[in-house]
Write a protein that binds this ligand. Structure first.
Ligand code: MG
Length: 150
């Protein structure tokens, strides 16, 4: 058994589609990035790579690679599963965001991540926390993930 952690953060920008965990979330702003900006999947990727001792996602998916411009992050996660050959036991994720409120989207995100990781939905935990108006997270969304593999 091996454990890994991952963290990622992207800025929110008007006019972009918001993707978290491979799910389109209704929002007036989306995450800006070289890929589709899905910070939650990026955190999962780094947790998987960390658990497998394979370095960080920049090693495999550099943000200078024109082939990865605008790519769906779930494709990057699928490739990460291939790279690590990981048999995932479970993941636990935290989304740090002032807006939008995510609780009603947990189920969809869990189902999507579970299908990508080839584990039951009960092995995927997704939760969110807000900075309670502190103002430190209104400009972006940060995501954490811990994962166990065998
Ligand atoms: Mg990222």
């Amino acid at each position: 058994m091996r454990v890994g952690i991952g963290f990622d953060v992207h800025p929110l920008k008007k006019g972009l589609t918001l993707y978290l965990g491979g799910v389109k979330i209704p929002s007036d702003r989306g995450l800006h990035g070289h890929s589709d900006g899905d910070a939650l999947i990026h955190a999962v990727i780094d947790a998987l790579l960390g658990a497998a001792g394979k370095g960080d996602k920049g090693k495999y998916f550099p943000d200078t690679d024109p082939k990865l411009k605008g790519i769906s992050s779930f494709k990057l996660l699928a490739e990460t599963m291939r790279i690590t050959k990981a048999k995932v036991v479970n993941i636990d994720c935290i989304v740090f965001a002032e807006k939008p409120h995510l609780s009603k989207h947990y189920g969809k995100i869990q189902t999507k991540l579970a299908s990508l990781l080839k584990i039951p939905g009960s092995a995927v935990s997704v939760k969110a926390t807000r900075p309670e108006g502190l103002g430190i997270a209104g400009a972006g969304i940060g995501c954490f993930c811990a994962c166990l593999i065998k």
